[in-house]
Design a protein around this ligand. Structure first.
Ligand code: HEM
Length: 511
């Protein structure tokens, strides 16, 4: 009898423990945000969240207001959705809100990279400050231009290629060009051998093309990989692709390259000096390839598409680019030297800047996350305060409540090329909500400690690509009435959005 009682008690304890772990007993405490545990124990709202993050968070905001705690896959996430209070999230100290725990988990799950270095983030920031800003940025931008010229303009020589229309799909075309040139600018070129410089350039084109086609396969698996819901066949394919990249970007392979950018070189070297195994450094190189190439290509597609859909924007930017070219004393001539958009010229493009910013407003939708390290209080701009528990997570999704807020950006769904321009043509930076000026009118790069360190380079890449397209090519949609395709809902939260379908277009050399 005693034994039976003991067994029953143990079972009851196990059941209660299980329910506790599933979060069944969590109750909202005084001072905490509204709590919504969702329909499924432990999983909470994860299915609806994954189906359409943007729509789900909007539903929660309408139900609970601009701060709420939801359960997602065993974690309690408090979302802060008031743009005036974003600073409470992005500027909070790292002792309270930690970006690293989260990032480390993701790169381990998605890229197989396990970090063993203590001050990894500091090292990344130091290398980024040196090579993705100031003088370093100039060097990288120049490398980008020469690789764009190689990838985009190598057919310029032949007359038949010059005159005929090329038909292509805009997303794949833009992503391909920007990925390949960006990859070559960072990870280096094939050195010239007996075949000379032309042969080396041809090798760069072939190698970067192969890498892009494998990258694109990984890219398509990425959202399900990040959520850990790949089918067995897809998991196998993801493993194959990872091994492919580790080899293609390996430390040994790098020894055969020249012009490797300082950002990659320094980051590789610090890992080596810290005693990290070479095979792990190979994996890190894939993380860097992903971070640097996964967003800019998709964004370049949206820029060109919006230009083709908005003749006023196209006319204005063409005029800006043509003026700039004239002022720089350059012109496009068949057989003449290739045209360059120098770092100085990049500073004189307010219209193009506004177009890039407007494009990112409509199509960049990162989800920012932090781990809560201590019991803490979040202070909202209007004076409200909320208690947040240690061990929870915090999240912010600025797309819906900042990028698409009609009070901040009137007629928010429309592309307006001059939205970020003052009447005198200078950059517009003052945007308001409830009479208060916002620190950031958009947040495509995230914010605070994890803000994208590649943002200046990314903008330069986009501008260089658009510049070369405008200067060298005529391009148009195959169907002038083409609708702008919808954003792929599976990718909300992952940075630059992708369309659910591609868009046919054609292009040919202008001269
Ligand atoms: C349109 C292009 C780009 C977009 C929209 C973008 C967006 C972002 C966002 C939102 C984050 C923060 C993620 C978070 O807080 O969890 C981020 C991080 C990062 N980005 Fe970018 N990015 C772009 C291009 C680039 C480029 C070109 C590079 C490198 C050359 C780069 C390197 C990185 C790195 C290394 C991080 C991680 C930062 C850290 O861990 O502190 N990005 N990016």
């Amino acid at each position: 009898m005693d034994l039976l009682l003991l067994i029953l008690l143990s079972l009851a304890a196990a059941l209660l423990g299980g329910l506790y772990l599933l979060g069944a007993f969590r109750q909202r405490r005084p001072g905490e945000p509204p709590l919504d545990k969702g329909p499924i124990p432990w999983l909470g709202h994860v299915l609806e969240f994954r189906r359409d993050t943007n729509k789900f968070l909007e539903r929660m905001r309408k139900k609970h207001g601009d701060v709420f705690t939801i359960q997602l896959g065993g974690f309690y996430f408090t979302f802060l959705q008031d743009p005036l209070s974003f600073g409470a999230f992005t500027q909070e100290s790292r002792e309270k809100l930690d970006f690293v725990i989260f990032a480390k988990q993701l790169v381990r799950q998605v890229f197989g990279f396990i970090d063993t270095i203590k001050d990894d983030l500091k090292i990344l920031h130091a290398a980024s400050n040196k090579h993705l800003k100031g003088e370093g940025l100039k060097v990288l931008t120049e490398a980008m231009m020469s690789n764009l010229q190689n990838v985009m303009l190598h057919k310029l020589g032949s007359d038949s290629d010059r005159m005929s229309w090329n038909e292509d799909s805009l997303f794949m075309y833009s992503y391909n060009v920007v990925f390949r040139a960006g990859y070559l600018a960072l990870f280096g070129n094939e050195p010239p051998s007996e075949g000379g410089e032309e042969e080396a350039k041809e090798k760069d084109r072939v190698e970067s093309q192969d890498l892009f086609s494998e990258f694109r396969k990984y890219d398509q698996l990425f959202p399900d990989l990040a959520y850990g819901v790949l089918l067995p066949r897809e998991r196998w394919e993801a493993e194959r692709l990872k091994s492919h990249f580790w080899k293609a970007l390996s430390v040994q392979k790098m020894k055969t390259k020249e012009n490797i950018n300082g950002w990659i070189r320094d980051l590789k070297q610090t890992k080596e000096e810290s005693g990290m195994e070479e095979s792990m450094i190979d994996r890190y190189m894939f993380v860097l390839l992903w971070a640097s190439q996964g967003n800019t290509g998709p964004s370049s597609f949206w820029v060109l598409l919006f230009l083709m859909k908005h003749p006023d924007a196209m006319a204005a930017v063409k005029e800006e680019v043509d003026d700039l070219l004239r002022q720089s004393g350059q012109s496009v001539q068949p057989g003449g030297p290739l045209v360059d958009l120098t770092s100085e010229m990049l500073l004189k493009t307010p219209i193009l800047d506004s177009i890039v910013e407007e494009t990112l407003r409509l199509t960049a939708a990162p989800l920012l996350t932090r781990g809560v390290k201590v019991d803490m209080t979040i202070k909202m701009a209007d004076g409200r305060q909320y208690a947040i528990r240690k061990g929870d997570r915090m999240g912010m999704f600025p797309y819906r409540v900042l990028h698409l807020d009609p009070e901040i950006h009137p007629d928010p769904q429309s592309f307006k090329y001059d939205r970020f321009l003052n009447p005198d043509g200078t950059r517009k930076t003052d945007f308001y909500k409830g009479g208060t000026k916002l620190k950031f009118a958009t947040m495509p790069w995230g914010g605070g400690v994890s803000m994208c360190p590649g943002r200046f380079f990314a903008v330069n890449e986009l501008k260089q690509f658009v510049f070369l397209m405008l200067v060298y090519f005529e391009f148009e949609l195959k169907n002038p009435d083409e609708e702008i395709p919808q954003i792929d809902h599976k990718r909300w939260g992952f940075g630059s959005m992708q369309p659910i379908r591609d868009v046919p277009f054609r292009y040919r050399f202008r001269y």
